[in-house]
Design a protein around this ligand. Sequence first.
Ligand code: AGP
Length: 603
Amino acid sequence: MCGIVGYSGTSDAVNPVVEGLARLEYRGYDSAGISYRHDGELHIIKKEGKLENLKKVLAQLKPVSSTAIGHTRWATHGVVNDTNAHPHGNDRVSIVHNGIIENANLLREELKASGLEFRSQTDSEVFLNLLTFNLDKTETLKDAIVTTFNRLEGNSAFVIMSKDSHVLYSIKRSAPLVCGLNSKSEEVFVSSDPYALVGFTNKIYFPEDEVLCESDYRNVDAPVQFYELDGSISKRFKIQQKEVKLDVVSKGKYEHFMLKEIHEQPELIKKLVSVYFSDHGLEQLKRIEGKKFQYIHIAACGTALHAGLVIKNYIEAYTKTRVHSDFASEFRYKKPVLNSDELGLFISQSGETADTLACQELCTGAGLKSYSIVNTEGSTLYRNCEENMLIHAGIEIGVASTKAFTQQVLVGNILAKTFAGIINKEEITKEYYLLSEKVSKILDREEEIKQIASEIYQRNGFIFTGRGAQFPIALEGALKLKEIAYVHAEGYAAGELKHGPISLIDENMVNIAIVTPDLYDKTLSNAEEVKARRGIMVILGDEGNKELSAMSDHYFGIDMDGLTDTTPILTNIVLQLLSYHIAKLKGTDIDKPRNLAKSVTVE
Ligand code: AGP
């Protein structure tokens, strides 16, 4: 979704801002812009489409500035065009905005009645105009920002720059925003995503909601200062001093980030053992060992929800506690029955997904404990939960989530066993190392998967089926395929086929059936029903299974020997590669599929 980057310092501001915006491209956007300050005047350049369009204009203009803010916009209010792109500004201030101002229409009418004019269709311009209006009524820009912000409803993050100074102001409510400092070179940064600041800063600040941040590199004692809305100094922020290397954010030898991230999985799986059985990890496991809850509510979105469905099975199997796993967007509005002796468990790669965060707030409000399974340390979800099980997947750039799913499921497995009081280092090490080996073996067979992809990619539709532990994988397989290959794909519980979807089966429909030893006979007969209707059968089953191989058009046998809980990871990785190769044959934008955003920070 929208991305924000701001810079102020002793060097050139335009390049780091554009570089930061380039790093945020993976999040999805449809226009980009920058505002910079030069000789006490504000300039704005913004272009519809890819960042390249903006870069071309900048290359000609060669702006000189040491204070700038930039933005990549993912349209919510108003069509995609240059005017609606950010920053928005006038001769006094420029602003960038992420999120949604829910009372924008009301405020717009009020401002129009006071004679202010609007050029764009955006809710963001409402903030700009209200701020400009308030500038005449308050003493300082800081006061005007607070007065304006107090009138807004909804979740938003803003960065504000004035023609009069090099100071950047930022403020947010339930939307991501971080401030950065490079103390060695006297530079301050602001961004909606710490990833944009990797390599630029040696300190990142995570302010809480409704804290005004003042970034002033010339203020030697406090270059990044935080204020409460009443003007007093605020301590409501966290600092992270961890250095992230730039090479972790490059594609390396791979054509796409998605492929690179798929190939990282064998190492990441093993990493979980060293992390969770280190002194620090064991301390956390001890803290939650044997914890009992009357009921567990899992809420998440997309791939994270599919991981939640696998985790639900683990928790129920090991702890005999009832668990419900739901779409966060449904959970938050269905008036769930919540009791204080229950647990809210939230799963998210980014830790910034608006619906998931809303569920967490809802649960906290009802007195439940909140735990997360999350990738991004310091994210809003991370900060809001009592206990965070980090998945240690590293930065995931591909919009299609791959390695995060694997890590979420495996961390969920550790959590389930810890709740049940049966966590055992030797057993987990054996399972995860064996899994890692078997994942590597699958990755070595990528050519076979590519071959299957080449034979099915032009078909009309794809139905993914599975039962039990593999049902969430059928859902995830279909989600991955549709999001990156833009083809119609559905995930179904195999036993449900004959209650409707079987009518879709003909010689142009592909059934990707996951038929593992668990519930083998039942799943096999579902596959036979499809075969009888001339559907194209791609079957994923256990290695050397002649029966499955004979009945399928394409068979992919998987070595699952010795694994107990983790076979869904193996079948899922085959499907990740299958989707990847189908998408590649179709020529889609694999890392940044159309219309999608990496982290969905609005409802
Ligand atoms: C997965 O490939 C998706 N791009 C999407 O479904 C994603 O998993 C979902 O938006 C949740 O994101 P989160 O894990 O960052 O909360």
